[in-house]
Design a protein around this ligand. Structure first.
Ligand code: AKG
Ligand code: FE2
Length: 322
């Protein structure tokens, strides 16, 4: 075997949920019910009716390709900063101590105001590093960030309603979000790298919620409850949304943060647009807020900022030397 393998998925294993009536307010509760069922199941959902224009997605994708295909000396000018903004070269991330480093490259940015200024209140954010050699990246990337972030807000309202909470429950402290977005580039993976080489090794996502816009190439694999790896093929016009570790913790384990990985065996380049949604650093993550003071949480209370910093320091070699 030369690539880590995964089985084709039954079509009902990951639901496709149209969120139009959550976004426009015509029937938020029925969407919320479906989101709730999916999140307590595998924790992965295809979302249609997300409202991000195709033009926004293709502009971001085209510029991302221009960026990754640029010579390394140019990409070096925006090499990732201590606050996790900029270009991470192939090999810069490792999903577990015993795993090979990921083959992917990525470019990471976060929220900024109209002057390009960013909040400096947490080690995992700082100035965005935009490539001077590709000035169109900044507006296209920020447009995608805003649009995807809006979808994340709609989904967080849906999750709150699905849990029987008031719709703003997860967004009480979300004016200075730790959210970040990435372009993630997977070179074609040669067969002889072996079955233990991944574009992204098996992992669960660190924060609250991930929105993934994959392309038509495929390669995402998801581990089901029996430990089997399943292919999650692209479905045109959808985003894949997955519950991440902090939302699983916040919901006392009711919502599932499921391991996934990427193997790009297509012989072609693959590119994803990823938005990791997280609220303000001071946001307290405590299942007792949902289930009451008498609830005995399996995991202790934490804050979004503290938890993310701990996870990042383990995953990224460049942060260990800071
Ligand atoms: O590109 C993909 O399909 C998955 C990316 C991913 O898992 C991540 O960025 O956390
Ligand atoms: Fe992930």
């Amino acid at each position: 075997m030369v690539y880590a393998e995964a089985k084709p998925m039954d079509s009902n294993e990951i639901p496709v949920i149209d969120i139009t009536s959550l976004r426009d307010g015509t029937d938020p509760h029925s969407v919320a019910k479906d989101l709730h069922a999916a999140s307590t199941g595998l924790g992965f959902i295809y979302i249609s009716g997300h409202g991000i224009p195709e033009t926004c997605i293709s502009a971001a994708r085209n510029l991302a390709f221009d960026f990754f295909r640029s010579p390394p000396e140019q990409k070096e000018t925006v090499r990732v900063s201590a606050s996790h903004r900029g270009w991470l070269a192939s090999g810069g991330a490792k999903m577990g101590d015993k795993l090979k480093a990921d083959l992917k490259e990525s470019f990471v940015w976060g929220m900024q105001d109209e002057n390009g200024d960013t909040v400096a209140d947490h080690p995992l954010r700082g100035r965005n590093q935009w490539p001077e050699f590709l000035p169109d990246v900044e507006p296209a990337a920020m447009d995608y960030f805003r649009q995807a972030h809006e979808v994340a807000h709609h989904l967080m309202r849906g999750f709150a309603l699905g849990l029987g909470l008031e719709e703003g429950f997860f967004l009480k402290t979300a004016s200075r979000p730790l959210s970040r977005a990435s372009f993630v580039y997977y070179p074609a993976q040669p067969e002889d790298m072996g079955a233990d080489q991944f574009g992204v090794g098996p992992h669960t996502d660190f924060g609250v919620l991930t929105l993934l816009c994959q392309d038509a190439v495929g390669g995402l694999q998801i581990e089901n409850i029996d430990g089997e790896w399943l292919q999650a093929p692209p479905i045109e016009g959808t985003l894949i949304v997955n519950v991440a570790d902090l939302l699983a913790r916040w919901t006392g384990g009711a919502y599932k943060s499921t391991p996934h990985r990427v193997v790009n065996s297509s012989g072609r380049e693959r590119l994803s647009l990823v938005l990791a949604f997280d609220p303000n650093p001071e946001t307290v993550i405590d299942a007792r807020q949902i289930f009451g003071a008498g609830h005995m949480p399996a995991e202790s209370a934490t804050t979004c900022g503290e938890y993310l910093q701990w996870r990042f320091d383990r995953a990224f070699a460049y942060r260990k030397t800071e």
